[in-house]
Design a protein around this ligand. Sequence first.
Ligand code: COA
Ligand code: AMP
Length: 638
Amino acid sequence: MSFNEDSMSQHAINRLKAAQDEASIDAAKYWGRAAEAIDWFACADMPFDDFLGWFSDGQLNTCYNCLDRHVAAGRGDCTALIYDSPVTKTIARYSYSELLQQTGRVAAMLKSLGVGQGDRVVIYMPMVPETVFAMLACARLGAIHSVVFGGFAPPELSKRIDDAAPKLVLTASCGIEGGRTIAYKPLVDEALALSSHQVRHVVLLQREQVTAALRPPRDIDWMELHALTAGDEIPACVSVAATDPLYILYTSGTTGKPKGVVRENGGHAVALAWSMTNIYGIEAGDTFWAASDVGWVVGHSYIVYGPLLVGAATVLFEGKPVGTPDPGTFWRVIERHGVKSFFTAPTAIRAIRKEDPAGDLLRQLGIARCQAIFLAGERADPDTIDWLEQHSGLPVIDHWWQTELGWPAIATCIGLGDWRRKRGSAGLAVPGYDFAILDDRGQPVADGNSGNVVIRAPLAPGAFRTLWNNQAGYEKNFATYPGFYETGDTGHRDPDGFLHIMGRTDDIINVAGHRLSTGQMEQIVAKQEGVAECAVIGAKHPVKGMIPVAFVSPRAGHQADHTLTGRIVQAVRSELGAVAAMKKVHIVPQLPKTRSGKILRNLLREIVNHARYEIPATIEDSTVPATIAEIVEAESTT
Ligand code: COA
Ligand code: AMP
């Protein structure tokens, strides 16, 4: 389907074009103007410097921009945060004044424990308001938070603790996953036992579902500390350099070690404020909802910082798209709170569709006040978009970005009045991002041809400028195609300029919208007793988009080992986390390999996806694929 140009005024198309041109011809001027949406303690007179980055002479505080300035402007009574938790049957609203007060109290707690500018604080918490208070409190103090998603297992948490070397870990007694409670404290204890870095304190929020045992003096009860510091002054917002880190967010790289993406205060504030207005069409007083988790970049940018930077209300949803209590929960929340723009992952829509295929709940509940639904995190398949548009009657907008960038780089900028979109495409380049599609030798490919998706350096404000403790790792992203950032994605640009993202060039897969490395899973599988060789690949899944599947050839003597599969599944779960959702292991006599010994992962992918597979001429043993296909076939019917 092609875009509907008739319904678009030429004026809107021109506006996008003008913004793209301005941002590319004089980026410093363009973003310098966008920076006026932010309150600076010291003016950023130098919007861009090749070495120092964005707004390097500016001073600001992100918490001040999210909270204090709105209260000072007389908007203290406006809603800032809406906590909607079907799993605890709670709805709570915080005005800007209340959110400032709560954040200030947590800042006082952190300060009493010695947290100051530049200190790291790891936050391993569920989707509760205290998590938002804690992130903003760190920002207020100039401390650097690192939120770790609750679905990661202790060894992953431990890697992040060792890398970030935090003073504190903030946690809660439990998370609530659908109908189950997951005790967090044993996971934190295990992670700390594995870590070489030791934190001064663990501050724990007791929830009524689970009471965690505390080990003083290291462990401190959140509410006790809250009471103890209740008489302390709310700490003032610390003035930090625009280039000082606001947070570190670890994401999967191609090695077993997670990459600590560092987000700077200044560029982040400017870019997010710009995106709220120009991409999502959200202004002060509107309600925005990103149905993600604060453990992911979407949660950082669009549950916490983006909406608050522009004075909008944001929804913090503790639940799942289905089962909490039913597949109507998203529509109920949208309607209840008057959400104007909504953001989720395609996998969530597929999960809803599976349980409510005719969209009955959507029709009954209605979401008339919503202007658009945005999807990201994985490729949005046209069928899912069609279904959602048909049943919601709303424009459904696919858009693309990455943890490294922090905000969308390919989108439909509805705030600029441009509603053009095409099925199968994530949209047009967002002003500030200059894309190229290159072949493996670094030469541009013709429109319509597939290649490596790269972005011309320097990247827009808000995008990463280093990795924590790993500048060399950061530079690698610019090494393959000099002058360009390598996104790791493949795709093409069509003659209308629309960008189509088709897959990855590396071992990253997206499982239910979560970014994971199959290479990391292979490292875990390979270590298990009885495993001679293994490969983990992404198999298509009707709801999750992809799921990891392991192929294992056992060592001699382990061919009949009935514990092998269970041990492998359990190892990935306890070392990487439940979020990896690695539940399928095929035990095969041999893996398909080239004569030089390279495992033919593409061939395995084709077999597992029941695609027609071609046997490469370089294969060592041409009988192997048929044997594996038989095993996969037999096991998929059991
Ligand atoms: N804490 C602890 N465990 C968690 C967790 C958390 N925060 N999040 C997920 N898990 C666990 C789940 O309980 C599940 O465990 P199980 O194997 O014991 O059942 C496992 O990790 C996989 O979870 P998930 O991927 O969420 O699968 P699911 O079947 O429970 O739900 C979806 C599937 C599609 C409904 C869900 O993944 C979803 O809503 N995805 C949207 C993702 C998203 O918003 N991504 C952000 C990018 S926009
Ligand atoms: P993350 O860093 O977790 O946000 O994951 C980023 C990766 O998710 C991208 O590099 C893509 O591979 C994939 N991705 C995100 N959004 C989209 C989209 N709209 N279409 C296709 N892939 C996407």
